[in-house]
Every structure is written in C-alpha cells, then in structure tokens.
Design a protein around this ligand. Sequence first.
Ligand SMILES: [Zn+2]
Ligand SMILES: [Zn+2]
Length: 353
Amino acid sequence: MRRLFRIETLFALGKWAVSLALAFFLTSLGSLVIADLPQVERPPQLEEFVDADASAKLQADEAELRQRLQELSTQSEAGALKLQAAEADSAAERETFRAWIEARRATGDGVPEQDVVVRTRRLEEIRRTERQVRADLDATNAELADARSRLGALTDQRSALLAAAHGPFERAIFVRQARVFGMRLALTLPLLVIALWALRTRRASPRWPLWRGFVLFAAFAFFVELVPYLPSYGGYIHYGVGVVMTLVLGAWLVRAARRHRERRAEIVERSEDERRRAIAYDEAVIKVEKGTCPSCDNTLRTTDGAPVNFCIHCGLKLYEPCPSCGTRRLVFFPFCMSCGTHVGPDTPDAHTA
Ligand SMILES: [Zn+2]
Ligand SMILES: [Zn+2]
C-alpha cells in the first residue's frame, strides 16, 4: 500500500531491507551448512551390477578368441600368398612340359617313354602340392569364419549380461535419489513448518520484518535446496507434487476470497461511524484522492458536478463542514486546514502505527 508520509515510506523500505538482508545472510549460512554436510556417496555405476564372475569369464574367453582370430587371419594371408606361388609354379611347369613335347615333335626326335613318365610325375607332384596348399587355406578360412561367429555370440552374451544389470542399477539410482532428498527434506522441513507458522500468526507482530526475512529464507531453501532434488521416478513425483501444490494454492485462494467477501459484508452491517473509525488515516486519504471509497473500494460518483460528501455505494461520510469555521473538509483529517481546529478524535499516529 502506498504511504501518505515520506518518513513512513522510508520506514517501510527499511523494514523490507532488514527482511531481505536477513534472508540473504540466512541463505548464505544455509548453503555453507549444506556444503559442509558429509558428501553423499558417489553415484552408482552400471558395471557394479553386472555378474562379476560371468563378466570376467566372458572377458577371458573374448581375449583368447581375439588372439586366435589374429593368428588365423595372419595364417590366412600367408596361405593366400603360398597358393599364389603354387599356382604360378604349376602353370610354369605345365608350360615347360608342353614346350618340351612340342620341341621333341618338331625335331622329329622320338620322345623317350622314360622321360615322359619322369616329367609327368613331376608335373603331378607340383599339382598335388598346389591342391594341398589350397585345401590348407580353405581349412584356415573356415576356422576363421567360425571364430568370427563365436565372437559375435560372445558380444551378444555380454549385451545380455548388461541388460540383466539394468534393473538393479536403476533401483540403486532411485534409492540414492530418495536418500539425498530425504537428507535435504530433514533439513528444510522444520524451516518450512516454522515459516508457515510465522505466516499465519506473526504478521501483526512488530517483529514481522524479521519473520518475513525468515519466511523468504525458507521459501528460497524450499525452491532451491529441496525441489530440484525431488526424485523424479519418470516424472510421476514432480507432476504429482505440482498437482498437490496447485490444489492447495487453489483451495487457499477460494477460502481467502470467501473470507474477504464475508468481511466486506460484515463491514457493511456496521454503522457508518464505526466503519469510518476502522479505516486507517493515510489509506483513507490516498483512496479518496484517487476517487475510490476507502470502505467499499467502489468508484466515488456524483452527478451535475455536485460535491461528493458521501459514498453513493455504502453511504460512508467523506466530507463535512468544519464545526468551527464551516469550511468543507475531509472527515479523515484530524485538524481543519482552514482554522486549525482539532476536529477528529484521532491523530495520524493513532492509525498508522
Ligand atoms: Zn463506499
Ligand atoms: Zn475550520
């Protein structure tokens, strides 16, 4: 609410400054306390939930298999080179044999049976070697393919092992979140309870600026130190808490609106004089200046420029002639601004304390 007097405004600002300063220092102190807490254990790792024996065995098998794969692959490369050489040997020998036969035929020399047998045997020998090299290479390649497929099976087994660890891992994460939240709740819940109690009962107290600082501190602790640590559990808890808080806030608003209406109805029941005395001096002056009734908050109206002496809505008296000099004066002024007569029973101090 706007204040009529400058000094009042300054005091109000000063009280807010005290509230904010107290909230700031309490918050800083609180974060030191939180930082000094024994650090919560480190977050769980997925590997800790994998069956250790099975994993170790799998790892050993895999290492062995990879070693074997390496050997086989080298062997296969060597075999391919060897086959190439054998094929070249074989082709060269066949060519030599053909040339030898043709040369013999061309010169008309008879081909001795003995020589042909020897050379054919040699050719056979070379061909057999070539076949052997090819068979060896095929065997190596088959073993290589088999080792590769076994490695694939091991990889699948490892994936299955990790998948089995996932459930316990997620449960451990949730438990840890809940523990962290529980610690923070244990620290902030008493603050929240005290703040709510202060909000309900300490508002009229002269020490309210200090209590207000505490309430700000508690609100900050709630939203910064507690809310972000709510276990999410797939968003269920976050949204659930949101729904509950919205319901509580809505219920409070509805109740506050009803109480306000009841108070207003009660005020209208009272006599005009009683109502006028219940209105704070500076509030009344500011509202009348702005053209609203200090009692019912409706706009003050008049017709044909007639002076407004009463509120047309609730009948509150606003202006009256000074009993001493007859000047039209606002009834809320304690003194007549024309002749200085003390008219009102109240001085500003009595109302604005
Ligand atoms: Zn009125
Ligand atoms: Zn007067």
